[in-house]
Design a protein around this ligand. Structure first.
Ligand code: MLT
Length: 200
């Protein structure tokens, strides 16, 4: 079971959060509350230690994922998520996932192994989790992607690739581009909030 923090707001919606490399389960909570102040919050913490930095899966180098590790941790994460949903009595049909960087990539990986685990997802600075696989069908999924035109980690081609494979498999995808790099910007967070207001 992955470490997590849970805030029960007795809502039918639950925001499921995944931090970036070197982050913690606390990082995205203020952003989640800005997006939806009344949803429950379930925030995971990665169990991979890379030189003291927490991550959700191992990598072989910058941007080079350890695919076997990613696959096995994706299944473990889904098992943790299902167990928490059962234990807390959460509505599994209204899960909203939000991830930044490494956290966005583990959400992306879940979509390659499970059909429609989420209703809405926020992928902040994602990359393609796999180069040679197709995601499962994601009919009805609404996806917000936040991307920096000058992101040195996630190229514009990576961003467009994520959007394309998800659209090809039935998701609605909106990309918000900003002129900065890998960091989350205020314009990106405001766009995410506006996107959510039309989707919930
Ligand atoms: C990853 O390893 O998931 C990506 O390179 C993003 C990062 O964490 O730097």
């Amino acid at each position: 079971m992955l470490d997590y923090k849970f805030e029960d707001n007795k809502s039918s919606r639950t925001l499921v959060l995944f931090h970036g490399t070197g982050g913690t389960k606390e990082d995205l909570i203020p952003i989640a509350k800005m997006i939806d102040s009344s949803a429950n919050i379930l925030s995971f913490e990665g169990d991979v230690d890379e030189a003291g930095m927490k991550r959700f899966f191992k990598r072989k180098g910058p941007g080079v994922f350890d695919e076997a590790d990613l696959i096995s941790r994706t299944h473990n994460l889904k098992a943790s998520l299902d167990q928490i949903i059962d234990e807390k009595g959460l509505n599994k049909n209204h899960l909203i996932a939000m991830g930044y960087s490494n956290g966005a990539n583990i959400i992306g990986s879940l979509l390659y192994h499970y059909e429609s685990p989420f209703k809405v997802i926020f992928l902040h600075h994602p990359m393609m989790p796999y180069s040679d696989k197709e995601p499962c069908k994601q009919e009805g999924l609404d996806v917000f992607i936040g991307a920096g035109k000058n992101d040195p980690i996630c190229s514009n081609d990576q961003t467009l690739g994520v959007a394309k494979v998800l659209r090809d498999n039935g998701a609605f995808v909106d990309i918000h581009w900003h002129d900065s790099g890998h960091q989350l910007t205020q314009s990106e967070l405001s766009a995410a909030k506006s996107f959510f207001e039309t989707k919930r």
